[in-house]
Design a protein around this ligand. Structure first.
Ligand code: P53
Length: 479
């Protein structure tokens, strides 16, 4: 089939709050995830008002990378990673979010981590906001529903861009900025934006106002970043779950087409620089009063992104009328009228395994946007067993990754998609975002820690560790 280019960025992906720990070390302030308890598949995490003494908050200690980063980075280097995608915890840099000056200890921590990575030839790929908005900004200002957050975010971005301008080239503004379009689960608006919806409010209207502020903040940050270092590549980042029609019935096809706007809304604006007509029609039809300020259109136009980063885990399938007529086929937790796809198997957490969907996604996104793409998350969350001899056999994870790498190679080599790199999610076991569990593991490195926070924290290589190392060494030929 040919080869991926030499400069292809093989890596791994993480997010500060899910692995760093040290939640109040070095002057860090609490973030919106520091008040989230643990849940399970089908059992939502709770958002508590304050940090309660007798509750367990899995992100507080996470896997304690904060104190073990040298050991962990040495393992990443042994695997041969060319880049590591992670995020900067906003509340390490601005503990409350609205201070005049940044926290030097927080800035120094990322200098140390980036230096350690660069020493091993691993380039940091950085998300500015990955679900870790300072809690104070959520509580005192109402999060991104408040326009003031635009200034706080841009200031945070500017401080990071200036400080790390010679250490980081690839940036992303907001992680999975589109998750919050699912207003049925409060954790998405909370973690994306620090927003809670009141009982008498229209959640979708609140979401669009919040989104507008974030889109403006993202565009301003992009423009600022390019001023600071024109070599920067600054991207958007969305969760991309393609929506398939259940059948060739034109009603199913049209339903899938309309629902795909839930996936395209954010990148349409971040890539093209203006609101798509379907969104403006929805505001008009629903009577949403979304406040735009004078100059916003220009800001959006002047802050378009250089590339589109996205996560890909699974696909969704929708059937017209499923909600009324085919209720037995309904799968929950996804867009309305979602049904099980008879051609696709699911993981234990109900995430459908669909490698062809990745090739399909790469083609659709590249056709629509014509800018480079970056797969910044993909992976398989599963239970792993640490054997007595210290080994962990994870053939299902290897199979998942192998089939998805094959799909991306086909998209690049045969379809001509411009793809910057591939950073599988949770290169080392971390706290699951949606459930707060440790037992939903993605890593190629096992961490001895359980759902309740017990364990030695010792690191072990899984079978997938050596497998991925070979994949990288052979530029993706040896799968
Ligand atoms: P966990 C939904 C669909 C796809 C990706 O998730 C998603 C979500 C949840 O919004 O989130 C990303 O740990 C997210 C990561 C997260 C990862 O997927 O729940 O960017 O922070 O850990 C995997 O299995």
């Amino acid at each position: 089939m040919g080869k991926l280019p030499k400069e292809f960025l093989w890596g791994g992906a993480l997010a500060a709050h899910q692995f760093e720990g040290g939640w109040n070390a070095g002057g860090k302030g609490p973030s919106v995830v520091d008040v989230m308890t643990a849940g399970a598949h089908g059992l939502p995490r709770q958002i508590t008002e304050t940090i309660e003494e007798d509750r367990f908050y899995p992100n507080h200690e996470a896997i304690d990378f904060y104190h073990r980063y040298k050991e962990d980075i040495a393992l990443f280097a042994e695997m041969g990673l060319k880049c590591l995608r992670t995020s900067i915890a906003w509340s390490r840099i601005f503990p409350k979010g609205d201070e005049a000056e940044p926290n030097e200890a927080g800035l120094q921590f990322y200098d140390d981590v980036f230096d350690e990575l660069l020493k091993h030839g691993i380039q940091p790929v950085i998300t500015l906001s990955h679900f870790e908005i300072p809690l104070h900004l959520a509580k005192e200002y109402g999060g991104f529903r408040n326009r003031k957050l635009v200034d706080f975010f841009v200031k945070f971005a500017e401080v990071c861009f200036n400080r790390y301008k010679d250490k980081v080239k690839y940036w992303m503004t907001f992680n999975e900025i589109n998750n919050q379009m699912d207003v049925s689960n409060p954790i998405f608006l909370w973690t994306n934006s620090g927003v809670k919806v009141g009982e008498n409010e229209n959640a979708r209207e609140v979401m669009f106002q919040t989104a507008h502020h974030e889109l403006v903040a993202s565009a301003l940050a992009v423009a600022k970043g390019k001023e600071i270092n024109p070599e920067f590549q600054i991207g958007a980042m969305v969760a991309h779950i393609p929506i398939y029609p259940y059948s060739s019935n034109p009603e199913d096809v049209m339903l899938a087409e309309v629902l795909m706007r839930e996936r395209y809304f954010f990148p349409d604006i971040q890539v093209r620089g203006y609101y798509p007509s379907y969104a403006l029609k929805e505001f008009e039809k629903e009577g949403y009063n979304i406040k735009f300020e004078a100059g916003d259109e220009e800001i959006l136009q002047n802050g378009t992104v250089d590339y589109l980063g996205f996560s890909y885990y699974m696909s969704n399938t929708v059937r017209s009328g499923a909600q009324e007529k085919y209720t037995e086929d309904i799968v929950n937790g996804a867009v309305p009228n979602s049904v099980a796809n008879p051609y696709i198997q699911s993981s234990d957490w109900g995430w459908g395994i669909d490698p062809t969907g990745l090739r399909y996604t790469l083609n659709r996104l590249y056709d629509r946007y014509q800018i480079p793409l970056f797969i910044v998350e993909n992976g398989y969350g599963a239970v792993d067993t640490l054997e007595e001899d210290g080994t962990i056999h994870d053939p299902e994870r290897i199979e998942y990754l192998r089939s998805h790498i094959k799909a991306l190679e086909t998209a690049v080599i045969e379809d001509g998609v411009d793809l910057i790199g591939y950073t599988p999610w949770g290169i080392i076991d971390i706290v699951s975002f949606t459930t707060g569990e440790m037992k939903k593991r993605y890593g190629m490195i096992y961490v001895d820690r359980d759902n309740e926070g017990n364990g030695t924290m010792k690191r072990y290589k899984k079978d997938s560790f050596n497998w991925y190392k070979k994949v990288i060494e052979s530029s993706g030929e040896e799968l």
